[in-house]
Design a protein around this ligand. Structure first.
Ligand SMILES: [Zn+2]
Ligand SMILES: [Zn+2]
Ligand SMILES: [Zn+2]
Length: 258
């Protein structure tokens, strides 16, 4: 199984518009962070997690030419507003791209992007629109997508519910404020864990670095990667400060999992 990090930055992205801080001016390519998304590939099936605003650029940069489905974590703009870019994929497959997520995320996306989901809305002659077919999932209930079994798990993000996903040996959780016990149970035994972590300070809707490290110790995956990182911390400094087995992810990072 291969896990590809498309984007690893917080909602502002790094560099942040108008900011002249040390990290925003860094020449380390790992300090250029687009909004959060990932691809998991195994046995001929490729799953996209979220459609961030830079999706087209991210898929081209990582050489991902198509995916078989999209798993949405939640409908915040930094995770969904690249949805239009699936047009190239739905055209290539010649059929709507299957999409999954929490029921409230699916209904919100149907409202915001009706032209993607409503096949009574036809594209103007000579134009092509993105086509998706959306289904709601339930936490703890496994779904088979192609060759992969996907188990959603629910985590709180402030007042909102977000889905993380377990896909075989990989657990991917972003925009969590904490990981409840039932989600910890669903993640037990993963080899690679992805967690959101904003910065050192506490935040009302996201894990901090210390909180993410504590979760990582409970789940005890061989490798934990942090994502959704802000311009507060340079990649190299963060990497040096984390305990063994916990790493900051970066855009384009590919992890192979046996
Ligand atoms: Zn900055
Ligand atoms: Zn969010
Ligand atoms: Zn986010």
């Amino acid at each position: 199984m291969k896990l590809i990090f498309l984007g690893t930055g917080t909602s502002f992205g790094v560099p942040q518009i108008g900011c002249e801080c040390k990290v925003c001016r860094s020449t380390d390519p790992r300090d250029k962070r687009t909004r959060v998304g990932a691809v998991v590939q195994s046995d001929g099936t490729s799953l996209l997690i979220d459609t961030p605003p830079e999706l087209r650029l991210q898929l081209i940069a990582t050489g991902v030419n198509t995916v078989d489905a999209v798993l949405f974590t939640h409908d915040h703009a930094d995770h969904t507003h690249g949805l239009d870019d699936i047009r190239a994929i739905s055209v290539l497959r010649g059929s709507p791209l299957p999409m999954y997520g929490p029921a409230e995320t699916i209904s919100s996306l149907r409202e915001k992007f009706p032209y993607v989901f409503d096949n009574t809305i036809r594209a103007q002659p000579g134009t092509i629109k993105p086509e998706g077919s959306a289904s709601a999932l339930e936490p703890g209930i496994a779904t088979r997508i192609g060759a992969l079994e996907v188990v959603p798990l629910a985590v709180p993000h402030g007042a909102m519910r977000v889905f993380g996903y377990r896909i075989g040996p990989v657990g991917y959780v972003t925009d969590a404020k904490l990981i409840p016990d039932d989600a910890i149970d669903l993640l037990a035994g993963v080899k690679v864990l992805v967690l959101n972590a904003l910065f050192h300070q506490s935040h009302p809707t996201h894990l901090s670095f210390d909180e993410a490290v504590a979760v990582s110790k409970r789940i005890a995956a061989a490798q934990t990667f942090l994502t959704h990182i802000t311009h507060n911390d340079a990649h190299a400094d963060l990497e040096a400060s984390l305990p063994a087995g916990v790493y900051p992810a970066f855009d384009g990072l590919q992890v192979t999992v046996e």
